[in-house]
Ligand binder design. Structure first.
Ligand SMILES: Nc1ccn([C@@H]2O[C@H](COP(=O)(O)OP(=O)(O)OP(=O)(O)O)[C@@H](O)[C@H]2O)c(=O)n1
Ligand SMILES: C[C@](O)(CO)[C@H](O)COP(=O)(O)O
Length: 226
């Protein structure tokens, strides 16, 4: 079955606070999106990669060799929809990955694709939550402390049977949803099951400046190990 991966890289990166779009900020001498694309290409089950790029970056050398480069949308959800529209006709399984999770290992792409191939229509990787989480109301008062053992921090790549993901995005447009937190949430809103597989500590999202230091440390650890 043909597996394609959409790498979304069109965000601004407001929380990182750099001049250039976050996916084009460098770590270990290469842009985040370069690392993400390399991992997607190194995954044995992925046969086609589409990257969603910010305005003015379609010709950036970091994207060289990628099968399709498409423009970003106003939100992550719109960017994924643009990537979906550019998939080859024979794609049956779609992985959606954040360029910001630039160090997710190829094995994680393969594990997620494998779970879809084994019969789950929607698969998200997740890791146990390490902090105690509390729900808080507008007045700053705690309203609940959910049981942490039932919570997972959800990562990408997320994997879907193509028809399910397309249906989920179409239904979102019909409902007027524009900014879903992730693609799994759109499938949940269809009332369909979403399966969680084990995530990977290296698939953390580069969001704030401290995350860039962590990414550099992970890359150093990897190069010391070879
Ligand atoms: N309109 C958008 C917004 C986000 N993304 C992508 O979605 C991923 C996850 O989003 P996030 O980490 O929130 O990135 P930004 O939106 O860039 O970050 P911020 O909210 O800090 O601006 C990133 O790879 C980002 O490039 C995208 O392709 N198009
Ligand atoms: C898709 C995602 O990475 C899953 O954890 C996350 O929801 C993206 O969130 P953000 O608000 O775009 O940082």
């Amino acid at each position: 079955m043909s597996v394609a991966c959409i790498v979304v890289a069109a965000g601004r990166g407001e929380r990182l606070g750099e001049q250039r779009p976050k996916a084009f900020v460098e770590v270990g001498g290469r842009p985040l999106v370069w690392h993400a694309l390399r991992a997607a290409s190194d995954a044995t089950r992925v046969s086609h990669v589409v990257v969603v790029a910010p305005d003015g970056f379609a010709g950036d050398p970091a994207l060289a060799g990628v099968a399709a480069v498409v423009p970003g949308g106003a939100t992550r959800q719109h960017s994924v929809a643009n990537g979906l529209a550019a998939l080859p006709d024979d794609t049956e399984i779609v992985l959606v990955h954040d360029a910001a999770r630039c160090l997710a290992p190829p094995a994680l792409f393969d594990a997620v694709a494998g779970a879809v191939l084994s019969g789950h229509d929607a698969v998200v990787p997740g890791v146990p939550v390490v902090d105690t989480l509390k729900a808080v109301d507008g007045a700053g008062r705690v309203t609940a402390t959910p049981d942490r053992t039932e919570l997972r921090a959800i990562q990408t790549p997320q994997g879907f049977r193509r028809a399910v993901l397309e249906r989920a995005h179409l239904a979102a447009v019909e409902r007027g949803d524009t900014d879903a937190p992730d693609d799994g949430a759109l499938v949940e809103r269809l009332g369909l099951p979403v399966h969680v597989v084990a995530g990977d500590a290296d698939a953390f999202k580069v969001t704030r400046p401290l995350d860039l230091l962590l990414a550099a440390a992970v890359l150093s650890r990897r190069s010391a190990a070879v």
